[in-house]
Design a protein around this ligand. Structure first.
Ligand code: NAI
Ligand code: MG
Length: 488
């Protein structure tokens, strides 16, 4: 096993305000290079960009910006590693993947702090959800690596080759795990690009991958923004693109790969319906509504951003919801009591504020509890809109922030029709004590993921993906292996 040299490291003592037991040192380098062919490599053009902390706008580190020449080096490294990696037995590949999972577990606290610093999400979420789930994806797919003949009975599954993977900023390490683990298990090699506002946990993952002894060139990590992503998409020697991000960029990739033999999976936006029936356990449902829209500041493609409450309980639910919103703590992502952290970027904050203005101008009735927001950084209070209807833009378009649009309904048919009436089809939630209603709705709702009496629950064993403008292809579970293989 190689040992990572940590010469260029400064010891950052990020303080947990209310979690003194967790105060400790997290190692973040001042400058990060690209990870290509098993080495940390300077970018050919020599340019670096800053990644900042969205809660105070301070620079955290400089990160290499990969251009076409770097992408070409990464693809060549992945191509040359493919032959021997794909020829390994599944069991051998599984051992490496398992080792990566263990190393993530060992460094879980460090990963959690870096995730919250770089991206703004509450430490409670990084610590309890993102990082353990990322490790679980590696564990889970390590287990499939030598069982592909069971995953695909009576067929011989072959890896595709070199896959380009482009991920967003809302679940940085978790999205890297969703992409890397199944691709490795099936014998592919990888060029992965994290988002420009949150590259640090993916870079930390590259260090861990290095430490795991994974053969050089099997995973290459390149950093940069849209142009770097486009250079991956347009590289002629890539066999498949797996993308998670905006519908806008998803469509660009769809066009750019049309007429090429590249395979493609797209996981795009959403406008999830969260449906509360009068027979639901109301207090639980209110917690579910809060979690559905305010989890990760609402930067969640499957967020329950449209609430539908049955008319007979609407007043009660809305009153309880407003009361609960008053108790939410917006602030320092590293404080373990924080419920809503920093908005990931200034750009995203502008998008959200713009949508809030659109909501007001279109006649929506806004509610935001009084809360003191920190003076520096990107912040948005929890927000809901009443008095909106299907034609309002804040009901139709993805906001990707802590903004909920509330509507009421009378009948089940009415709510099905309304829930399905957006360009998206990613997620939905149903709250009722009637199993028959849950059954009926899971048949009728156009959503890739439907939760019953819960929301935003994720597991490595469950498939995830959308319909319509939410994209195509599935990640997670057995389904998540399929987009990385072809059959003889
Ligand atoms: P984006 O789609 O621009 O960013 C996602 C990833 O794509 C990043 O790694 C980015 O560098 C890369 N990228 C950008 N342009 C590219 C190109 N031409 N070719 C290849 N890769 C490219 O998303 P953005 O602008 O950060 O967010 C805008 C909106 O997108 C959000 O407000 C939200 O509605 C949606 N979004 C949805 C996500 C999801 O999980 N489905 C995640 C992130 C954003
Ligand atoms: Mg950042």
């Amino acid at each position: 096993m190689h040992k990572v040299k940590n010469k260029d490291v400064f010891k950052a003592s990020w303080t947990y305000h209310s979690a003194p037991e967790s105060t400790g040192h997290v190692q973040i380098k001042k400058k990060y290079d690209l990870y290509i062919d098993g080495k940390f490599t300077k970018p050919v053009a020599g340019t670096y960009f800053d990644t900042i902390n969205p809660s105070d706008h301070k620079k955290i580190a400089s990160v290499a910006e990969a251009t076409e020449k770097d992408i070409d080096k990464a693809v060549k490294a992945a191509r040359s590693a493919f032959k021997s990696w794909s020829a390994l037995t599944g069991r051998e590949r599984g051992k490496y993947i398992f080792r990566i999972a263990r190393l993530i577990q060992e460094r879980a606290r460090e990963f959690a702090v870096i995730e919250s610093l770089d991206g703004g999400k509450p430490i409670r979420e990084s610590r309890d959800i993102d990082i353990p789930l990322a490790a679980n994806h590696f564990f889970y797919y390590a287990g499939w690596a030598d069982k592909l003949s069971y995953a695909f009975p009576n067929r011989i599954a072959k890896p595709l080759g070199v896959v380009g993977q482009i991920i967003p900023w809302n679940f940085p390490l978790l999205m890297a795990a969703w992409k890397i683990a199944p691709a490795l298990a099936t014998g592919n090699t990888i060029v992965l690009k994290p988002a420009e506002t949150t590259p640090l946990t993916a870079l930390k993952l590259a260090e861990i991958i290095h430490e795991s002894g994974l053969p050089k060139g099997v995973v290459n990590l390149v950093t940069g923004a849209g142009e770097t992503g486009a250079a991956i998409v347009n590289h002629p020697d890539i066999d498949k693109i797996a993308f998670t991000g905006s519908t806008r960029v998803g469509k660009y990739i769809l066009n750019a790969t049309a007429g090429t033999p590249k395979k493609l999976t797209l996981e795009l936006g959403g406008k999830g319906a969260n449906i509360i029936f009068e027979d639901a356990a109301i207090d639980q449902a209110v917690e579910g509504i809060i979690n559905a829209i305010f989890f990760n500041q609402g930067h969640v493609c499957c967020a329950g951003s449209r609430l539908f409450v049955q008319e007979s309980v609407a007043d009660l639910v809305i009153r309880k919801l407003k009361d609960r919103m008053k108790t939410l703590i917006v602030g320092d992502p590293l404080d373990k009591n924080t419920d809503i952290g920093a908005i990931n970027s200034k750009k995203q904050l502008q998008t959200i504020e713009n949508y809030i203005n659109i909501g007001i101008n279109e006649g929506g009735e806004i509610y935001q509890p009084d809360c003191t927001l920190p003076s520096k950084g990107n912040w948005c209070p929890p927000t809901l809109f009443l008095n909106v209807s299907q034609s309002h833009r804040i009901v139709q378009e993805e906001i990707f922030g802590p903004v909920l649009a509330v509507q009421t309904f009378r009948t089940i048919d009415e709510v099905i029709e309304k829930a399905n009436n957006t360009p998206y089809g990613l997620s939905a939630g149903v709250w009722t004590d009637k199993g028959s209603k849950i059954f009926h709705l899971t048949q009728k709702l156009n959503a890739g993921v439907i939760w019953a009496n819960t929301f935003n629950k994720f597991d490595a064993t469950s498939p995830f993906g959308g319909y319509k403008e939410s994209g195509f292809g599935r990640e997670g579970g057995l389904h998540g292996l399929k987009p990385y293989v072809t059959f003889e």
